[in-house]
Design a protein around this ligand. Structure first.
Ligand code: KG4
Length: 339
């Protein structure tokens, strides 16, 4: 049986629609919202308004690029949460309207599960590089830092998570105090290439188990800047490459220490990374080094699947559709939901 899924993603500040046919991606259209740049972070009300403007053209374009007709769709998958309530409402309401007019089922998708299942998106029929179960997935984004034990498509267990800030948040907040704009992660990544990662010693958390904490690191970074800027107002400008390199080095070390511990304790050597921070060059390099040193079989997502995208929603919808795991037409979005 042919299964064609339209995925709709609108949880934060990217409006995206994608079509997946029998597990193979036919299109993935993403409209990012530039409106937030002036504010140094995502403004929820502006995000939902931009989603409203973008959603119809983005979905039309995804269907057009896939070379299908709306009537070819088997179901519509949409991000139900977690995310910004106003933003989620736009995608959810749109999915309801389109699914009811086409008289096809709806599949609700957990955004976090979708980030993990992005590793199963095939770009063509010969694409066979998917992880095998069980594997570990480090999910690192602006809102999450989790180690997930992935037992199957629909069975995932969070075995470690941040108790305060997320890794992406640490990048963004430290970048903000250096005046590097938003989102700061990509800028830190770029500047760090010219810096010495051992220039500044930043604090590392001592948390039991596989949980993470980044607030201590953030505070030590702020104190470092405060004390230095008092002596030299141009300190950040002069040392920004070294500051970025030290910050990035410490974040990656914190992430990999716990992940390595989890992989060793559980005897799992198949390890993936997902979410916005998985675009980071030092994270990718650390995974490659672990593959060499510890024999890990690693899965690094394509850059287009690191940030929010609807292809990951559509692939999750595809597996849920195969399980006949549909949702009601009165389903409401969840701002907060775990795996
Ligand atoms: O998954 P994502 O798009 O959505 C949110 O959770 O919001 O992740 C966005 C996060 C931001 O914190 C951004 O700074 C970070 O991913 N990010 C990076 C890089 N690219 C994006 N962090 C470090 N290095 C990068 N190259």
């Amino acid at each position: 049986m042919d299964i064609t899924i339209l995925g709709v993603e609108s949880s934060c500040d990217d409006t995206s629609a994608a079509v997946i046919h029998n597990g193979v991606m036919l299109s993935n259209v993403i409209a990012s919202q530039a409106v937030h740049e002036a504010y140094g972070g995502v403004v929820p009300e502006l995000a939902s308004r931009a989603h409203q403007q973008n959603i119809v053209p983005v979905v039309s374009e995804a269907i057009k690029r896939a070379g299908i007709a709306k009537t070819d769709l088997s179901a519509i998958a949409f991000t139900r949460g977690p995310g910004l309530m106003g933003s989620l409402l736009v995608g959810t309401s749109f999915a309801k309207g389109l699914a009811s007019s086409l008289q096809i089922p709806m599949v609700d998708v957990n955004h976090l599960q979708a980030h993990v299942l992005a590793h199963f998106i095939k770009e063509n029929d010969n694409d066979k590089n998917q992880p095998s179960f069980p594997f570990l997935c480090l999910l690192v984004s602006g809102g999450n830092s989790q180690i997930i034990l992935v037992k199957s498509y629909n069975e995932m267990q969070v075995i470690g998570q941040t108790i305060d800030d997320a890794a992406g948040e640490a990048f963004d907040k430290c970048a903000k105090v250096m005046g590097l704009g938003y989102p700061g992660g990509p800028v830190v990544d770029r500047l760090a290439k010219e810096g010495d990662p051992k220039s500044f010693k930043l604090s590392r958390p001592h948390i039991a188990g596989y949980d993470y904490s980044f607030s201590g690191l953030k505070t030590s970074f702020l104190y470092l800047l405060r004390d230095a800027v008092v002596k030299d107002v141009d300190f950040v400008e002069k040392r920004k490459n070294d500051l970025c390199a030290s910050l990035q080095y410490t974040i990656v070390e914190i992430l990999m220490d716990k992940l390595r511990k989890a992989a060793k304790d559980l005897g799992i050597n198949e390890v993936a990374v997902a979410g916005g921070v998985s675009a980071n060059s030092a994270v990718r390099k650390a995974f490659e080094e672990h593959a060499e040193k510890f024999g890990w079989k690693i899965h690094l997502p394509k850059f287009s699947f690191t940030t929010d995208n609807a292809a990951m929603v559509a692939i999750t919808g595809y597996y849920k559709y195969k399980d006949k795991d549909f949702c009601d037409f009165n389903a409401a979005p969840f701002a907060r939901v775990t795996l």
